[in-house]
Structures are given as structure tokens and as C-alpha cells.
Design a binder for this molecule. Structure first.
Ligand code: KG4
Ligand code: ZN
Length: 334
């Protein structure tokens, strides 16, 4: 089973070819980030128009890299949601039309399913079942993954996503959008302990998160002070430590409650080195194992969509509406 995967849910146009027997054969990505930076965030209409421009050349390149053509591709997988509706429609329209003209099935994939299956692209993939911490720009969720397509959300953010909190705080620190990775870099130069920000929701039972207060705490710490490099780095450090501690403690509790022996980190914030280090300690303490995708597959990519499509088609779990694009779509919901 060989699948062409297409991701256009936000500001990355990404295409990949995944083969059930041989693994990932190719992947290509075009990031629109510099185009949106001028506006301090993603402009949906610009994103859609750019996907239209980039998609076909990327598909041609990915097919050529994989030495594949229409005859060797068994199906097409595309991100059907959640995401920016215009951006999703570009990928969905393209994938379904290509499927019709090639006479191959096209399957709509949940973007978050793609993220949480991304560690399966690695040489030593986790088996099912596992606990997944999904931390991206739009979502923060703890998910009980029983099997392919069997997802139960154990906890999620009540307000900002972890990546969103990183990006908003980065903006306050004068870093360009999306500032998560830049904030992490700045934090490494900061002093630990100068700013002790709150660890939200740790005083309460349950597995939900809340990050909007942290961004305010960082703003208060900066107010009335000269924004020099030391202050910026110390605030970044304090902020990152608070987010990482909070995520890690909730993962510890979730491992305890579920009894899972595998923890998967997925989504853009999963690229954060301090988070990975802290979660490595948590799993050691719980006698569990930690899995994460390589950094480039933590953030949005086509490989995770091609992989999810391949797994679904192989399992016969790919029948859905002829074309789907949903801005809002809860993981696990039909
Ligand atoms: O999964 P993703 O590429 O897109 C969504 O589906 O949202 O995640 C992007 C998010 C952004 O908020 C970005 O700032 C954050 O991931 N991010 C990071 C790091 N690298 C990317 N946050 C913290 N530390 C990083 N190293
Ligand atoms: Zn994503």
C-alpha cells in the first residue's frame, strides 16, 4: 500500500509518499512563515492562495523523489480538519480531484491523528496502546490511544494551547511569529529561579490545562522594566519552566491513572528540548517509555498524513464522505 499524503491545514504546504512495506519514501514542505510574519500571525486568505500556488509543484517533486507515479500510488490522504477552512479546502479539493482522475481512493485525515501517529515514522515506533501528549499551536490534549482510530481525550486546555502561549509570550518578548522555538532558544540563556511563574491547574485534580494566565504573568513581569537581553532571557526561562513543569506533572498523573507504559509526545511544542528532557524523567519514574517524532515531524508535515492514510487504508478504515473539510472537528468524533 503506497499513499500520497497532503497537508494544508494552516501555513505549511506539505506532501509525502509513504509505503506500508518500505516506510517513508519522500517528503516535501513549503513553509509560508515569512509571508505571514509581516502580519504577526497567519492571514487565512493569504494561506489558502499560497497553498494553491505551491501544492502541484510539491506533489510532482514528492512523486519524483519517491520514484512513484499514478500507477504505483494506491490512495491519497489529505488533512480534512481541524484547521483554516479555506486552507483545508485547497488540499481536500486537490486530493479528491486527483483521486477521481486517477481512479484511486482519497481519504480525509484528522490533523491531530496525524500528529499522534507521527512517532510511528521512526525506526523504533511505539506499539498500541499508548498515552499521547498532543501539544501544538492550536491544541493541548492528553489522549488515550487504544488503537488506530480509538482515541479518548483525557484532558485538554480550557483556554490557550501550549504553542499559542509560547507564541504570545514570544511576541511580548519582541520575537517574530511563531516564536515558540525562538523563545526556547532565548530561555537557554536565562537564569533559572529569577521568575517563578504559576504552574496552572496543578492544585486541582483532573487532567485539563490552562495557559492564558501564564502569558499575563509574563507580561506583568516585564511591565515597567527595561526590556534588556537579560530580562528577556530570564522571563523566557521562567515561562518555559512553568509550561514544561505543568505538562510533565499532568503526564505523570495521566500515566498513573491509565496505567499506560508508553508516552508519545506529538505536535510542534514536542520539538521543545526541555520538555523532552523533563518527560524523559517522568517516564523513568513511572517505569514507562517515551516516544517522539524527529523534530521536523513534530511540526506540521505531510509524512504524518501519508502514514495515517496508509494505516487507515490498510485496515479498511477509509470510507468517509466523498470530500471533507471541517474547521472544527473533535478528535475521536466521526
Ligand atoms: O503542530 P504545529 O506545527 O502546528 C499546529 O498544528 O498548531 O505547532 C506549531 C507550534 C507553534 O505554536 C510553535 O511556536 C510551537 O509549535 N513550537 C515550539 C517549538 N517549536 C515549535 N514551542 C516550543 N518550543 C519549541 N522548540
Ligand atoms: Zn499541527
Amino acid at each position: 500500500m503506497r499513499v500520497l499524503g497532503i497537508e494544508t491545514s494552516c501555513d505549511e504546504t506539505a506532501v509525502a509518499v509513504y509505503d506500508g512495506g518500505r516506510g517513508l519514501l519522500s517528503h516535501r514542505l513549503y513553509s509560508q512563515v515569512t509571508m505571514h510574519q509581516a502580519y504577526g500571525g497567519v492571514v487565512p486568505e493569504l494561506a489558502s492562495r499560497d497553498h494553491v500556488r505551491r501544492l502541484l509543484p510539491l506533489v510532482r517533486e514528492a512523486l519524483a523523489d519517491a520514484q512513484s507515479d499514478q500507477d504505483s500510488i494506491d490512495g491519497i490522504a489529505y488533512t480534512a480538519g481541524p484547521g483554516l477552512i479555506g486552507a483545508l479546502l485547497v488540499g481536500a479539493g486537490f486530493a479528491t480531484s486527483l483521486g477521481l482522475s486517477w481512479g484511486k481512493p482519497a481519504v480525509g485525515i484528522h490533523h491531530l491523528e496525524g500528529h499522534l501517529l507521527a512517532p510511528l515514522l521512526e525506526p523504533e515506533p511505539p506499539g498500541f496502546p499508548f498515552l499521547a501528549l498532543l501539544v501544538s499551536g492550536g491544541h493541548t490534549q492528553l489522549v488515550d490511544v487504544a488503537a488506530l482510530g480509538k482515541y479518548r481525550i483525557l484532558g485538554e486546555t480550557l483556554d490557550d494551547a501550549a504553542g499559542e502561549a509560547f507564541d504570545k509570550t514570544a511576541k511580548q518578548l519582541g520575537l517574530p511569529y511563531p516564536g515558540g522555538a525562538a523563545l526556547a532558544k532565548l530561555a537557554d540563556q536565562g537564569a533559572s529561579g529569577r521568575f517563578m511563574f504559576p504552574r496552572p491547574m496543578l492544585d486541582r485534580p483532573g487532567l485539563d490545562f490552562s495557559f492564558s494566565g501564564l502569558k499575563t504573568a509574563a507580561l506583568v513581569a516585564l511591565r515597567g522594566r527595561v526590556l534588556d537581553d537579560t530580562l528577556r532571557a530570564d522571563v523566557a526561562r521562567g515561562f518555559q519552566e512553568a509550561v514544561v513543569d505543568t505538562l510533565a506533572e499532568k503526564c505523570r498523573r495521566a500515566l498513573e491513572v491509565t496505567g499506560h507504559r508508553r508516552l508519545v509526545i506529538a505536535g510542534g511544542v514536542g520539538a521543545n528540548i526541555r520538555l523532552r528532557e523533563k518527560l524523559a524523567q517522568v517516564v523513568r519514574g513511572a517505569g514507562a517509555e517515551l516516544y517522539f517524532p524527529r523534530t521536523e515531524f513534530c511540526t506540521d508535515n505531510g509524512a504524518m498524513i501519508a502514514l495515517a492514510g496508509c494505516l487507515r487504508m490498510t485496515a479498511g478504515m477509509h470510507r468517509g464522505p466523498p470530500m471533507a473539510a471541517r474547521a472544527n472537528w473533535e478528535l475521536g468524533a466521526e
